[in-house]
Write a protein that binds this ligand. Sequence first.
Ligand SMILES: Cc1cc2nc3c(=O)[nH]c(=O)nc-3n(C[C@H](O)[C@H](O)[C@H](O)COP(=O)(O)O)c2cc1C
Length: 312
Amino acid sequence: MNSNVRVGSIELTHPVMAASGTAGHGAEPAAYGALDSIGAIVVKSIAATEWAGNPAPRVHPIAQGMINAVGLQGLGVQHWIEHDLPAMAAVNASAVVSIWGRSVDEYRQAAQLLQDGLAHSPHRSTVIAVEVNLSCPNMNGHGIFAHDIAMSAEVMRACSLLEYPLWAKLSPNTDRVIAVAQAVHEAGAEAVTLINTVVGMVLDPETGRPALGNGGGGISGRAIHPVAVRTVFDVHAALPNLPIIGVGGVTSGWEAVELMLAGASAVQVGTATFADPRACFKIAKELTAWVQSRGFSDVASLSGLAHRGGLG
Ligand SMILES: Cc1cc2nc3c(=O)[nH]c(=O)nc-3n(C[C@H](O)[C@H](O)[C@H](O)COP(=O)(O)O)c2cc1C
């Protein structure tokens, strides 16, 4: 059975990847499974410079998932290239580097540092794509980049100096996701990653105040899976030629299949990894077994079937 899938200009050996922010610094998943049995590891979003993130507590469990406000803590692009990229190369990982910024200029700086750093790195071929995380707040304006069609496109154009395939990670917290997806595609994104977390809040029953240090946060895990399915379905229906990477609440092979049927070419697993560090590998196996049990000869043929009569 052929488990290869195409996402824009690149081919992955399996559609299941580890989602950004949920796979440590990038090399850790190698301790839990064979990296050639998953497509890639998307690294925690990194900015041009070091960033401290939000005050603790940063994570809190909810029914069927969690809420987090980690706040994109990280040591910056150069540190990642010097310290984390060699570790990923040593375990033969395929890395998708996620970058973020608080302004269009900061995205451009992160992209430039990454491009220059990789050009001089012996490990540059470990990186197969760059995911631009547009789902973070814009400090120069208001709200989240991916809620603003023009600004999302501007960020993608600023990142186009990168000589790697670009994916744009979008937010589900807007009714404009189709227009944003189209705009980022026209501005250089080969694919869109749907979805980032859903905004929410939990109050502490003892104090009556927000449980997270930041106040609100982003909900992830099984609770948001139907939001991800709907977003992928709607974007694929409107833009059938735009490759989609589906992410949100995948905890089993069937949920990965569901995102592919809705229109995704590949899938990422995030929060499930906090409950079981082997989740990515387990879900990849379950997906392959499901495809085989239904008599398909290749995994890629699942993509978008829900729009073409389903499973028949
Ligand atoms: C603790 C935590 C940290 C995250 N950090 C990032 C990040 O740095 N960049 C990003 O694009 N998404 C980040 N995400 C979002 C996930 O990549 C994913 O889009 C989201 O959690 C939905 O998938 P899931 O339900 O499988 O976790 C984070 C999620 C969690 C739970």
